[in-house]
Design a protein around this ligand. Sequence first.
Ligand SMILES: Nc1ncnc2c1ncn2[C@@H]1O[C@H](COP(=O)(O)OP(=O)(O)O)[C@@H](O)[C@H]1O
Ligand SMILES: [Mg+2]
Length: 321
Amino acid sequence: MDEQSILVEELVKKYGDFTALDHISFDVREGEVFGLLGPNGAGKTTTIKIMTGLTLPTSGKVLVSNIDVTKKPNEVKKKIGWISADVIVDDDLTAWENLELQAKLEGLKEWKERAKQLLDYFGIFEFKDRQLGKFSTGMRKKVEISMALLHSPEIVFMDEPTIGLDVSTRKSLWDIIRKINKDFGVTVLLTTHYMEEADMLCERIAIINKGKIVAIGSPEELKSKYGGDVIEVQFYGSVDYKIFEKYGQVIAKENSIRIKVGNAEDVLVSMLKDLSQFRVKSLRIEKASLDTAFLNLTGSTIEEGDFDARKFYAMLRRSRK
Ligand SMILES: Nc1ncnc2c1ncn2[C@@H]1O[C@H](COP(=O)(O)OP(=O)(O)O)[C@@H](O)[C@H]1O
Ligand SMILES: [Mg+2]
């Protein structure tokens, strides 16, 4: 058995009459990259806030590094790092000064060696005296991650780490997350509403929707269990689709059928024999994706909408000043 890093059991969070988290349970193993995947308002940030000791749950159990976060939040804070879209960094300070501030917040005395090591690791030590406001988004992320890793945490929490980033910065951040997970041995818990991100990065994913966890597993498990491939065939003329029901659920239209199968390659050869008695116009395979899994599990898709996270967080920052 792998060592357990986080345990969440029957967690409930209510805001007045509204239930934001409805008895959620999951565990995160030491050294893994674990993803909480769900749409806006699913309860991801609330879960992170509880795990990091920023908010108390209404009920339920949360152990982080085997410590009860509701009882000893300060002990937990020593073992965790936190990165979020509205992370506390100061644009007017240099990268080094931001690290110094972080060291003070964490009460670290011997931090300079570690800070240098981290900036070297990310290849940005030579820019340490540049104001953070003058960094590119990608470099800035490296500073934020250095700040989160400064006190050598066991677990790093990342709340929507790539929200609002352009595609290439997002991809390089994925590389960084994978690399720090391996090189520093940190367990990573991240939240995202990007299917592709969860698919690419996470060893295991918990799909969360409307405050409930609807499925947990590796991306492959979730795809094959809840996704499934679809084979779509168009015909010249109509067909009796019943003979295809042995392969899976058939949705028939006038001149076409869609068959939901487990793995398309496994059934295709025998299916071609059945198809040979008809005049086939086209044949297409849709491989399973997390999107289909999510759709099947929740009855809706994750919609990004026109919510502009960067503008929203900028507004939030301004309103705090
Ligand atoms: N402080 C709060 N007071 C009332 N409702 C809240 C508060 N924080 C979050 N919520 C609600 O709880 C739900 C979950 O929010 P959140 O955890 O931020 O979702 P996510 O991070 O998945 O987008 C949302 O419906 C949100 O409006
Ligand atoms: Mg959130």
